[in-house]
Design a protein around this ligand. Structure first.
Ligand code: ADP
Length: 476
């Protein structure tokens, strides 16, 4: 790997800062606990300085022509593509996912930069008719200002570009705080952004204690927008704390995705989709299928075929080309083990897989006959464990899912496209995948309803999130 890509420093304006005199945060490889490096802990005053640098750079960036912003983004895209192997290696080392999945994530991350390089030139306002004929009404789209972006560890590159690319395309500057477990992917992306000619101060990266940095973000008057991806409790906290300064917010929080297999489903399609929806990224994704609702008439054949496929998955270090890597750390693995134990204590059965005690590995598992009283049914598993149960009445299933507090994505498998779309229309979720286990795409709006969040990322909604609407009435 190119050694210049592993950066143990923060980026503020044109500077790389390796030490604030406040200690460092260690980053470890989840597969073996090995120390990969450390990043500095920023103090509140450092975060404030970073915001001030971003605010000054933002004034210049918003005045930079759209075509120049687009060109810089295009160069960033090309550099990400050229450094795909280096970025994928960093990602696998700090996050744990298999190298093949890390490469796919770099492609996905790059696709947001490409999409928003193109969208930068297509930010339109409108001229509205003046009702009494005396004035000219123009409606303009202007950048919101400084954006604070907070990203999670499960997709350390694509969650950065999904926020940063549209913000920069819109003419905003960004202070990015990556997750403690995965700062090196974000810092490498920032280095490539600088090489691409994205002006100094437009993309800043800061690391430190999340609650402390979050408090500076929410209290700052200069920060005009927070874009967050992570857990529902932290999303709620940011929402509450941002009330005082009335910030714009995009919050992408957790889901508890149902995967519904109807009576007439093609079981081969169902199993292929289930494998992707559940085991991509080891199930550590907010769009990972959490609960599999299988029509009672096909429950037994689905269980048999799914178990055969899941039991054949290899589980090991991402650099060793396993199908499923470790979860993010040993604590996460223990939490997943406790969900399985809670389920089996209440009558569920493990068909394959399970926790490898004392490690960050959970062998891909299937737990059947789960029910709403079990934590595995109610909580996001965030690991390579599939919970299965049979259903008979699809209307009752839709009603019970709609009564829940979250609604990010649902998967439906059926050969009857009208029936599947009908269920898709009735489910209270932001996204639906029909006969597929992979619905994410840079050109589509990603996001959920209720406790799953506010706002959308990707597509035209994704850039709109960084634009303010301003109307000007001109009377001669
Ligand atoms: P997870 O449990 O999956 O790690 P979190 O919501 O804790 O999810 O983390 C997602 C992102 O939010 C990370 O970058 C993390 O550092 C950040 N974060 C956690 N707590 C806070 C907080 N109080 N304020 C701001 N950011 C936070």
């Amino acid at each position: 790997m190119n050694p210049g890509m592993f950066i143990e420093a923060n980026r503020i304006g044109p500077e790389w800062i390796a030490d604030y005199g406040n200690g460092h945060l260690e980053v470890r490889n989840p597969a073996n606990g090995e120390l990969l490096g450390s990043v500095p802990l920023a103090r509140a005053a450092d975060v404030e300085r970073c915001i001030a640098v971003a605010a000054r750079a933002g004034e210049r960036w918003r005045a930079t022509p759209a075509r120049a912003r687009a060109r810089a983004l295009r160069r960033w895209h090309d550099l990400i593509a050229a450094r795909k192997e280096d970025l994928a290696t960093i990602l696998t080392l700090e996050q744990g996912k298999p190298l093949s999945e890390a490469r796919a994530e770099i492609d996905y991350a790059a696709s947001f930069v490409q999409w928003y390089a193109e969208e930068a030139e297509r930010i339109y306002g409108r001229i509205a008719p003046s009702i009494d004929g005396t004035s000219v009404f123009t409606v303009e789209k202007v950048p919101v200002g400084v954006v604070a972006a907070i990203t999670p560890w499960n997709a350390p590159c694509s969650m950065v570009t999904r926020k940063v690319a549209p913000a920069i395309a819109a003419g905003c500057s960004v202070v990015l705080k990556p997750a403690e477990a995965t700062p090196f992917s974000a810092l490498a992306l920032a280095e490539l952004a600088a090489q691409a000619g994205i002006a100094d101060g437009v993309l800043n990266v800061i690391t430190g204690m999340p609650a402390e940095i979050g408090a500076v973000f929410t209290q700052s008057r200069a920060v005009r927008k927070i874009s967050f991806t992570g857990s529902t409790p932290v999303a709620r906290r940011l929402f509450a704390h941002a009330a005082d300064s009335m910030k714009r917010l995009s919050l992408e929080a957790g889901g508890n995705a149902p995967f519904i297999v109807l009576q007439d489903a093609d079981l081969d399609v169902a199993i292929d989709a289930a494998m992707i929806a559940k085991f991509r990224s080891g199930g550590q994704s907010c769009v990972a299928a959490n609960r599999f609702f299988i029509h009672a008439s096909v429950y037994e054949p689905f269980k048999t075929a799914f178990t055969r496929r899941v039991a054949s998955l290899t589980c090991g270090a991402g650099m060793d080309h396993a199908d499923v890597g470790p979860v993010i750390d040993a604590n996460a693995a223990r939490r997943i083990a406790s969900l399985i134990d809670d389920a089996t204590a209440q009558g569920a059965t493990v068909l394959c897989g399970g926790y490898r005690a004392g490690t960050a590995f959970v062998n891909p598992a299937i737990v059947c006959d789960i029910s709403p009283k079990m934590k595995i049914y109610r909580d996001e598993i965030f690991g390579p464990v599939a919970g299965l149960c049979a259903f008979e009445d699809v209307d009752a299933l839709v009603s019970s899912l709609n009564a829940e507090d979250v609604g990010l994505i649902a998967y439906i498998i059926s050969q009857d496209s009208i029936a599947a779309r009908n269920i898709a229309n009735r489910l209270d979720v932001g996204m639906v995948g029909i006969n597929t286990g992979l619905a994410s795409d840079a050109s589509m709006p990603f996001g959920g309803v209720k406790g799953s969040g506010i706002g959308r990322e990707g597509s035209i909604e994704g850039i709109e999130a960084y634009l303010e609407t301003k109307y000007i009435k001109a009377t001669p």
